[in-house]
Design a protein around this ligand. Structure first.
Ligand SMILES: [Zn+2]
Length: 297
C-alpha cells in the first residue's frame, strides 16, 4: 500500500484558494475526510475499505450517521436501539482506525431544513474536511436522499465566514463525492474513482459483523428482507455477510473497465471487492486523475 498524502502545500492550498508563499513548508499533510451516511451502517457499507486504507496511511477519517437508526429493526426501537447501533459503529470505527459520530435525529425523519444544513456544515467545518462523502439525492430512502440534498446545500457555504460563524470555515471548498446507488432516474451513478479494497476487505467484513442489529439478528433488516435467510443464528450471520460480499463483488465486475484503467490489466482483472465514488458537481472541481491520486491505491 503506497502512502498518498495530499500534494505539497504549495500546490494543494493554492488549489484550495489559499495564498501560499514560496518560503512555507512543502511537507505533505494528512488528508481529512468526512463520510456521511443516513443511518449507522451506511458510511460503513460504502466507505469502510477506503477509510481503513486512508487511516493506515496516516490520514484522518470520520464517519457521521445523520440519524440514530432508532427504527432500523423489526423487534427493537427507540433509545435502546439507537444506543445499540451507536455502540456497533463505534466498534467499526475501532476496527477501521477512524472517528465516528451518530447525530441524535430520529431514523426516518431527516429533513433538509436550514437547521440541519447548519448542523452538517458545522460537522464539515469542525473536521476541516478536504473530502466530503455521502449519498446521492436520488437514492431510495428519504433519509439517504436528504443527506444528499443537505450535503449539496453545504457545498457552497462551508467556506463562507459568516454562515454558522461559531465554527471556523473550511479553507476553500472541499471536494464532495457520492456513493453508488442503483437508481437511474434522473441520472445513474457514474464512478469517477473505483478503489480496490481487497487488501482491507477482512476489516470491512469484521465491521459488518460488528453490526448484528443490521446484519445478524433474525429481526434485523437484512434478516427479514433477504430471501431464504437461514433460521440458525450462525448460519444466518454467514449468509448475510456472504450476500454483502456478493454485492461488492458485483460492483467490481460492473466497474471492471475502470479498475483496469486505474490498476492495469493484470491487477485490474483480479480485483474482487471495490468501493466506488463519483465526483459531486457542487464541491470543488478537480480532474478525475487528480481525484484518483487522493484515494488509496
Ligand atoms: Zn441507510
Amino acid at each position: 500500500m503506497t502512502t498518498r498524502l495530499l500534494p505539497t502545500v504549495g500546490t494543494c492550498l493554492l488549489a484550495l484558494g489559499v495564498a501560499v508563499s514560496a518560503t512555507q513548508s512543502t511537507a505533505p499533510r494528512p488528508l481529512r475526510i468526512i463520510a456521511f451516511g443516513a443511518h449507522p451502517d451506511d458510511a460503513e457499507l460504502r466507505a469502510a475499505g477506503v477509510a481503513a486504507m486512508w487511516a493506515a496511511q496516516g490520514h484522518q477519517v470520520k464517519f457521521v450517521a445523520a440519524t440514530n437508526g432508532d427504527i432500523g429493526h423489526f423487534s427493537q426501537a427507540g433509545g435502546p436501539l439507537a444506543q445499540r447501533r451507536t455502540k456497533e459503529v463505534q466498534e467499526c470505527a475501532r476496527i477501521l482506525g477512524i472517528t465516528t459520530e451518530v447525530l441524535d435525529i430520529h431514523d426516518g425523519e431527516l429533513e433538509p431544513t436550514l437547521e440541519t444544513r447548519r448542523t452538517f456544515a458545522r460537522k464539515i467545518r469542525e473536521w476541516q474536511a478536504d473530502i466530503v462523502m455521502g449519498h446521492r439525492p436520488y437514492d431510495y430512502h428519504p433519509d439517504h436522499r436528504n443527506v444528499g440534498v443537505l450535503l449539496n446545500d453545504t457545498a457552497v457555504v462551508v467556506g463562507a465566514a459568516f454562515f454558522v460563524p461559531d465554527t471556523p470555515p473550511t479553507r476553500g471548498n472541499p471536494i464532495y463525492v457520492n456513493y453508488p446507488d442503483g437508481f437511474t432516474d434522473p441520472k445513474p451513478f457514474e464512478p469517477t474513482v473505483v478503489v480496490d479494497i481487497d487488501a482491507v476487505a477482512e476489516k470491512k467484513w469484521q465491521c459488518v459483523a460488528a453490526m448484528p442489529s443490521q446484519f445478524a439478528d433474525a429481526d434485523s433488516w437484512q434478516g427479514r428482507t433477504l430471501p431464504n435467510v437461514p433460521k440458525d443464528e450462525a448460519a444466518r450471520k454467514t449468509y448475510i455477510l456472504e450476500t454483502m460480499k456478493g454485492w461488492l463483488a458485483a460492483d467490481a465486475d460492473q466497474y471492471r473497465p475502470q479498475l483496469i484503467a486505474r490498476y492495469g490489466q493484470e491487477r485490474g482483472a483480479k480485483v474482487k471487492y471495490v468501493e466506488a465514488f463519483q465526483l459531486n458537481q457542487y464541491g470543488r472541481q478537480i480532474k478525475p486523475d487528480e481525484l484518483s491520486a487522493m484515494f488509496p491505491k
